[in-house]
Design a protein. Sequence first.
Length: 279
Amino acid sequence: MESSEKGVPRAWLEAGIEAGRLAGAVLMRWRSRFSIREKGLNDLVTDADLESQRTVVEFLSSRFPGHAFLGEEGGTEEKDPGPGAPPTWIIDPVDGTSNYAHDFPFYCVSIGLQVAGELVLGVIYDPVRDEMFSASTGQGAFLNGRRIRVAPTDRLDRSMVTTGFPYDCKEKEFLFDWWRHFSVAARALRRTGSTALHLAYVACGRADLFYAFDSHAWDVAAGAVLVREAGGGVSNITGSRARFNPFQADSFASNAALHAQVGELFRRGPGLPGDNRGG
């Protein structure tokens, strides 16, 4: 099939996959030989981040000169381009930069695509394990070409839960309230340091639930498409859940069986912040 039911050309997905592999090769080439700069407290950027993003943007812009780009290292404002914008690629060139800087092997390239205000395509590439996760609207989700589905787990106490902490987590006590809650309520709770991989793991059934209170669009855009196309659900924790907004700071993703009960838990649970980014 050349395109999905919403008209996503197959060439776009194929190009996203190729861009992910090219960026992954950059990360492997720079591994343990880069310089590190601090963007902020505990917020790092490496030479590999910059070259990885440049590689993705140059490749995709050569294929699709009318498309737009939003990347973590792009220096552009993180805001929703809106339904009237051209197709916009949302890029995290190294999701898990601190892991990468320490050669802790949990990081990836994340590439999402938003068209007419909707996320329609997602590619997450883990170059350490050579795992390529890909999905486009209406076409399902895949790992190295094999179709994947979310896990059937229907009870939180039997669930593997994953989460991410922001760089300023020490200033946000409510994050630790939720950590304590899930460490008791779930079978297992993990934090590996890569939001995109957490979402990919929900999509393929390795994890049952992911939640975060301070994510960015480039962290979640690709993974949201993967989870949705694998049969799961993705929602914002606060505000309306009628439509997932990747530009809102909080999100959770799970299989369909857990989604409603976890949503209710977040409604009545501990420590909901008034301002997710501000404390």
